[in-house]
Design a protein around this ligand. Sequence first.
Ligand code: UD1
Length: 421
Amino acid sequence: MEVLRIRGGRPLSGRLRVQGAKNSVLPLLAAAILGKGVSVIRNCPRLTDVDASVAILEHLGCGVRRDGDAVSIDATAPLALDVPEPLARAMRSSVIFLGPILARLGRAELCYPGGCELGPRPIDLHLSALRTLGAEIWEGPAGLRCAAGALRGGEIALAIPSVGATENAMLCAVAAQGTTTILNAAREPEIAQLQDFLRSMGAQVQGAGSSVITVEGGAALHGGEVTVMGDRIVAATYLCGCAAAGGEVELEGVESRHLSTVTALLAEAGCAVESGEGRVRLRRDPETPLRAVHAVRTAPYPGFPTDAQAPLMAALCTAQGTTLFVENMFSSRYRHIDQLRRMGARIRREGRVAVVTGVERLHGGELEAHDLRGGAALAVAALGAEGESGITGLHHVFRGYADIARDLTTLGADAEISEKK
Ligand code: UD1
């Protein structure tokens, strides 16, 4: 079993180019099956979720080649229409293949997806969007079967601005004859990147990044090209790490405006933040403790990201005063709290609210990651804690962080991954 060992309590110092974004690359890989031809995705991070997507692409019949950080996907050959159980269970985002398989083949079969356990994660909005485009869907005990005689454009009004449902709707609508309008669309930057990629494949899509997206569907698509944007959540994690440990770090390859709700709170907590074109720098005097912030409420973009809630909570465990967290997106995104308490944190939780009362310092311990961002949060806490921490459950972390030990070392931390004895 692998363990991430961090000897904490030393200020960070360094500069790092942030990896490509997990939440961008996954829908891009699924989109690649829409074009008869070769697509190239650059700056592709080495993540287990990417491996799971590549395994699905290969099962469907695509030729996939990796060359450094570029992945080429040849989707010219006739494709299979199913995502079988082990592949679907490896990653919740496998549901993102439903729209494009349906678009390409008029039929699709998917076992129910897996992924982090974050409470009930329904896919009703995905299915209702596909039904609006003309799909008939049968929900069996093991999975879904979808068929569409002819896909036709329509008006999809999402009850919640779901990221995945917005992406699935776009990925299917490109093959639907006529105009599709997606109302109350999610506005995450990763969706704008998906639009860029679809356009490079010959699709007519506009409005991504706003809450109304329009697709003129029906044109035959060819291979496209895209460079994956920097991962704003990985960047947020490392900024929180520097806030926890003190020191100064500069992150490159990430759009600072995508991070503004996170950096605003870190500034309120007493960090000096400087943002520039494609970079962000954070400094915190190790002698001066952080201050609690008023409240952290997670919300769809451009609100505070649920994915950054756990890392920020880890940093604010040693802030002077009391910070209120309200997790509005996923009911089980507080699984890191017990682990932080084991390090000495004072956190009270009731339902979606957690109240963090700052303590002078955390101490290292033997900890277990229960989900992706919760695991990253334990690393943040360990960076600021006294003594050594060992974090297991790293398979969760590897879903979204290509090489967290190397990144933290580049930023001046004492971190390594070793085999647990
Ligand atoms: C994506 C991100 C994930 C992030 C989340 C919220 C990817 C691969 N993952 O997940 O990291 O935490 O956005 O920013 O991009 N919902 C429904 N019915 C549905 C779909 C969603 O009720 O059919 C609800 C969910 O339970 C949740 C909310 O909508 O409460 C938002 O979820 P959604 O935006 O869909 O998250 P994901 O796309 O799964």
